[in-house]
Design a protein around this ligand. Structure first.
Ligand code: NAP
Length: 307
């Protein structure tokens, strides 16, 4: 058990991320009360069956009453609606944070609704899987992972320290970034890979000369790894694409240029260019393993990491 960091925490949204946070709070004893709120009665019932909190409601407004920490874990496109619902009911001095994968858009949606007497600190834990819903969460998801805060210019440092202490208790490493910079970094390390995966799996599905059963039957590891990413939640990824549009389009333009270079090298049999690129990219993989962000075993180390 760790020490109690907040008397009452409200979790708005209890899918993969919200329920993983709930499991850690419970396991580590980080709060006296954990109020869980989600829009559907069905998901709420499941959260209750899993005993993820101490109180349950479909009303986000009711959930935040008297809460010292409010964590919003809903698809980024729903941020404004949630902010509108909770704003009039927030306790003075409360910390309100989120876990959304895009930051500039979430700030634009939520900040205007936040009362002056609460601390709104946008955040993004860089941890997840392709699964969704309360059953998909697990304790330890955030261990050894980065949690990036994109504080506003007037963010209170003491409140930021309290929130950092919470994420550190979950095992996260903390960083701070400007929201626009966060969105560019995430566009290349997370958003583009998912878009490429959705595209390649879609292309394979559309092929007329290779049947779908052959794609599945002979699925080699390269394609298999893409299908994992392409199985990610459609609502979440639709929202990420729509809410990080500029950075994603910028990275896609760069990607298309580089792909054309590769295409040309293949067409003209320029093996040295291919070899040079493939050698350069191999060292990136080694650096990621060295940085402790993956392990060097097949299956991209997912099972080993999840333990
Ligand atoms: P999830 O498992 O699909 O859960 C989504 C939660 O949000 C559920 O409680 C759902 O409620 C609720 N919700 C869905 N649409 C809503 C709406 N329009 N209005 C209000 N509530 C709504 O999603 P998740 O993977 O936990 O993702 C939550 C957030 O974390 C997203 O912003 C995502 O960008 C971010 N994130 C995800 C990952 C990842 O790998 N998945 C990683 C880092 C950050 P009901 O079930 O009751 O409908």
């Amino acid at each position: 058990m760790s020490e109690i960091l907040f008397d009452r925490i409200a979790l708005i949204g209890i899918g993969l991320i919200g329920s993983s946070i709930a499991r850690d709070i419970k396991k580590l004893g980080l709060a006296r009360q954990v109020v869980i709120s989600t829009r559907s009665a069905e998901t709420l019932k499941r959260a209750e069956e899993l005993e993820l909190g101490t109180a349950y409601t479909t009303s986000a407004a009711e959930a935040v009453e008297d809460a010292d920490l409010v964590i919003v874990s809903v698809p980024v496109g729903a941020s404004e609606a949630v902010a509108r619902q909770i704003a009039p009911h927030l306790k003075a001095g409360a910390i309100v944070t989120d876990v959304g994968s895009t930051k500039a858009s979430v700030i634009a949606q939520m900040a205007p609704h936040m009362p002056e007497n609460v601390h709104f600190i946008p955040g993004h834990p860089l941890a997840g899987t392709e699964k969704s819903g309360p059953d998909a969460g697990f304790s330890g998801l955030f261990k050894g992972r980065w949690c990036i805060f994109t504080p506003l210019p007037d963010t209170d440092r003491a409140a930021l320290d309290r929130l950092s202490a919470f994420w550190k208790a979950l095992g996260s490493m903390i960083d701070e970034m400007d929201p626009q910079h966060h969105d560019k970094v995430l566009a290349i390390v997370s958003h583009l890979p998912h878009i490429i995966a959705y595209n390649i799996v879609g292309t394979a599905d559309d092929l007329e000369t290779v049947t779908e059963s052959e794609v599945i039957k002979y699925s080699a590891s390269g394609f298999r790894d893409f299908t994992r990413l392409a199985a990610s939640d459609p609502t979440m990824w639709r929202d990420v694409c729509l809410h990080n549009k500029d950075a994603i389009l910028e990275m896609l333009a760069r990607f298309s240029e580089d792909l054309a270079y590769l295409q040309r090298a293949i067409r003209w049999g320029e093996g040295d260019k291919l070899f040079e690129l493939f050698s350069r990219t191999r060292t990136i993989r080694r650096s990621i393993v060295q940085a402790g962000q993956d392990v060097d075993v097949p299956d991209f180390g997912r099972h080993a990491l999840d333990k």
